[in-house]
Write a protein that binds this ligand. Sequence first.
Ligand SMILES: [Zn+2]
Length: 343
Amino acid sequence: MKAIVIHEHGGLDKLKYEEVDKPKISPGEVLIQVKASSLNHLDIFVRNGIPGIKIPLPHILGSDCSGIVAEVGSEVRQVKVGDRVTVNPGRWCGRCEFCVAGEQSLCPYFQIMGEHVDGAWAEFVKVPEESVHPIPGGLSFEEAAAFPLVFLTAWRMLITRAALKPGETVLIIGIGGGVAMAAMQIAKYAGAKVIVTSGSQEKLQKALSLGADVGINHREQDFAAEIAKLTGKRGVDVVVDSVGADTWQKCILSLAKGGRLVTCGATSGPNPKEDLLRIFWKQLSILGSTMGNQREFNELLRAFDTGRLKPIIDQVYPLAEAAKALQRLEEQAQFGKIVLTVS
Ligand SMILES: [Zn+2]
């Protein structure tokens, strides 16, 4: 089969579109004929190499996919050949205290497809049965490949970790990125008011047309000062951040008393100057979040079934042009998800 493979870590030139062996499934696994995959920032980290994480090389990239079940293992019961499916990219042991409690993303052996194990930028991918789900809400293959990682991440951040309530105000930093876009839709779905920031006026306009209530250009304005103005100095209830160092202090400043900051990444750096005075005086909660558990993935599928969530697709490329697609992501030129189709 054809796949996008890296043999060593490095730049875009390390991506090779080449012939590899089709995966062989074990009794509890499912072989999926991939129809579409999508790109995540994780793909760039994996391609570059992540300090402290050993990725077996050669390695197939890609954490998200949708497709048609081509083959099932002898012990598979819930999935059958021909099913149109999407995949939860998480992998877990199923036996530790966290897995038994239903908190798979806290599993000490937690892995992500495309990071620790071969991914889905390929014609076929093998997946454990429990990670395979019917495509919800009449989504296309492209849409069904665009939502799992980012929507699952944003769902756990807002619904579980921040326990977002209707009528609350959420500030989302850096609209246009996959998790931020998913967070915007989920916050609206949960009945919250949504304020987004971006350095691009075009991205702000698009976000407003998709349901954001307020857009702040963080290149032209101090977003913490704007939040103070917009909320009568009260601040927002929840901040969703994955930028880290560059925005952290302003995120803390933007929170109301008792507010919650949820972080799922640190694209600008992991060590911001911390503001402990404000954290204890305002009684803030700083919440970390990574991916999500099976219950959250199922809740997300039901939310898609209502038709009120819809992955926003930026551009679609054929699998062979993955390097070109990844370049667009690296340049942050995208608004929504970049998708790869597999013929
Ligand atoms: Zn476990």
